[in-house]
Design a protein around this ligand. Structure first.
Ligand code: ADP
Ligand code: ADP
Length: 217
């Protein structure tokens, strides 16, 4: 599904975030990208979705070499990914259901089908009974679940999350992890960047451990 070969990332200003990273993530895998703050976790997952560009090496996603990607092909590449990122904010001017409907509206899904799928996605994250609630009225854990529903509603092959349990209490974090595992169990490739050590070593999952921009073996 994703193949990185000799990937390096140096940000403007000269800081090297990743150095010679090579890894393979197969379809249907569940992978935790772990490491201390500043290790390069966020950078690596952003490279996968072409949010950032590598300064060296190559990344192939679903047979597509990202270096050769035409600008017009970017939206199609992104459809492989459901993103649960800190900067993908929920919209507080509309209810939970409308937040989940938005990605479907963007790709032109007919209203009736969109409603059905948005409700199915809310159901999968346990928020169907909160469909008409404004996200502001939801707890931190519920807001994160809503973000997951929005990320998966287009049925992406890969669910890509960056620190999805940051700022959550232990119980809410465990609930979020269960949701990711449920998507993994139905065949979705799940990639989660986390500094939370309790997540590494989870059965059925693989860890990619970064230390100062390099993959630990
Ligand atoms: P992590 O997610 O493991 O905390 P990051 O990938 O966010 O690590 O950051 C890796 C390194 O790259 C850090 O030293 C960070 O300060 C730096 N960095 C991240 N994003 C940028 C950016 N946009 N510009 C410059 N430096 C950055
Ligand atoms: P449908 O498959 O008809 O859309 P489902 O009741 O099976 O309805 O639930 C669909 C939901 O499954 C989606 O809205 C989404 O939340 C979730 N999902 C996302 N990606 C996948 C996937 N790759 N495989 C299975 N389910 C997925």
């Amino acid at each position: 599904m994703i193949s990185c070969s000799g990937v390096g990332k140096r940000y403007p200003g000269g800081l090297t975030a990743l150095d010679n990273v090579s890894c393979e993530i197969g379809a249907g895998e569940m992978v935790f990208v772990t490491g201390h703050s500043g290790a390069g976790k966020s950078t690596l997952v952003k490279l996968f979705a072409a949010i950032e560009r590598p300064t060296s090496g190559s990344i192939v996603v679903n047979g597509q070499n990202l270096a050769a990607l035409r600008p017009g092909a970017l939206p199609y590449l992104r459809r492989n990914f459901g993103l649960v990122f800190q900067d993908q904010k929920l919209l507080f001017d509309r209810n939970a259901l409308d937040n989940v409907l938005l990605p479907l509206a963007i790709v032109g899904t007919p209203r009736h089908e969109a409603l059905r799928r948005a409700q199915a996605a809310l159901d999968k994250v346990g928020l169907l009974d909160r469909a008409r609630a404004n996200p502001i009225a939801l707890s931190g854990g519920e807001q994160q679940r809503l973000a997951i529903a929005r990320a998966v509603v287009n049925r992406p092959a890969v669910l890509l999350a960056d620190e999805p349990t940051a700022n959550l209490d232990v119980d809410s974090a465990a609930g979020i992890l269960d949701i990711f595992r449920a998507f993994h169990q139905v065949g979705v490739t799940v990639i989660i960047a986390t500094h939370d050590p309790q997540w590494s070593g989870l059965p059925g999952a693989r860890e990619l451990r970064l230390a100062r921009g390099s993959l630990a073996q």
